[in-house]
Design a protein around this ligand. Structure first.
Ligand SMILES: [Zn+2]
Length: 332
């Protein structure tokens, strides 16, 4: 059945062309072309009307909502040095990186302001670099600043929210988000991830100081049925019981079967399904307010297809056949 206009949800997109100016190194999987691949999803006829706004730059003070000032200064200094600085074995900062990472965090902050200010109900942030591996004091795993964590703290500090849920379906454990909110009962952090895999944390018995951390560990080869069953039985009821006033999504699509960095066997249909479930929880508890930000996803065509499925579900629309030219996610 085709949804009527009344069933459809508005969806605002924040992005910035400067997010393509972060170039970790030649051949790095977290490549600048990921930005165009994500934005190509919005060429779908049902998504082309989504308003797209430029993400502002996060300030030092905003970055410090989730990070130690020393960490912010270290990344800032490296970013302004004009040299390529390796922050950890797979995380570099070069010319353009600081601005990209500040726009990525700024997008989530602007998204939180947009949904809590009543401008829209849902936001997708098409940004890079990703953020969920960055802890308060450390850049790692392609991530300089934890954009979703900064957005959660902004919602609490600037808007007075008492309960924010962070939902992370990237194939890697969101260790930075877990560490930042380990002792914070205002934030429920739910992550599903391949286990064992980088970064090595995220066991089911890591539950936080206030039982506010939920980790779903799934083996290599996990496909649609096991993924959906885990979310349905172990994670969605926890979000429902927490009754969040806002849902933030660390939207990593590297669990797709085609992704080169991990070994799940998911399809865009699985991301469409999970997004629909999260949408329903946001509608039940949070007035529909949901802000999603791109994390991983390293196969460009799969990334386009998954972002498209995610955005269609955010708008309450069915997954229609792929509209992109195969193998040509970034044209235009
Ligand atoms: Zn990942």
């Amino acid at each position: 059945m085709t949804p009527t206009a009344a069933d459809r949800h508005d969806l605002l997109v924040f992005t910035h062309p400067a997010c393509a100016d972060h170039d970790p190194s030649p051949g790095h999987p977290e490549q600048p072309a990921r930005l165009a691949a994500a934005m190509a999803a919005f060429k779908h006829p049902a998504l082309v009307t989504c308003p797209v706004e430029m993400a502002p730059l996060a300030s030092r003070e905003q970055l410090c909502l989730a990070h130690d000032p020393d960490h912010v200064e270290r990344v800032w200094h490296a970013g302004e040095s004009g040299r390529r600085v390796q922050l950890d074995p797979d995380t570099a900062v070069a010319s353009g990186s600081l601005t990209a990472a500040r726009h990525a965090a700024g997008a989530v902050i602007a998204g939180v302001d947009a949904v809590l200010g009543g401008r829209t109900r849902q936001v997708f942030c098409a940004v890079r670099p990703p953020g969920h591996h960055a802890s308060a004091a450390q850049a790692m795993g392609f991530c300089q600043f934890n954009s979703i964590a900064i957005g959660a703290r902004h919602a609490i500090h600037s808007h007075g929210l008492k309960r924010v849920a962070i939902v992370d379906f990237d194939v890697h454990h969101g260790n930075g988000s877990q560490a930042i909110f380990w002792r914070d009962p205002a934030v429920l952090v739910v992550s599903s991830h391949q286990w064992p895999l980088y970064p090595g944390s995220g066991r089911a018995d890591e539950t936080g100081s206030h039982d506010n951390i939920v980790n779903l560990t799934l083996p290599a080869g996990t496909g649609s049925a096991a993924f959906r069953q885990a979310w349905q039985q172990q994670a969605l009821p926890r979000i429902d019981a927490f009754a969040p006033e806002l849902i933030l999504v660390s939207a990593g699509f590297d669990g797709h079967a085609d992704d080169p960095l991990a070994s799940f066997e998911l399809s865009e249909d699985d991301y469409h399904w999970l997004t629909g479930e999260l949408n329903a929880l946001a509608a039940r508890h949070a007035g529909g307010r949901l802000v999603s930000a791109l994390e991983g996803g390293y196969h460009l065509a799969a990334l386009s297809a998954c972002v498209q499925a995610h955005a269609l579900a955010l708008r309450g629309l069915p997954l229609s056949p792929m509209q992109l030219q195969a193998g040509d996610p970034g044209r235009g």
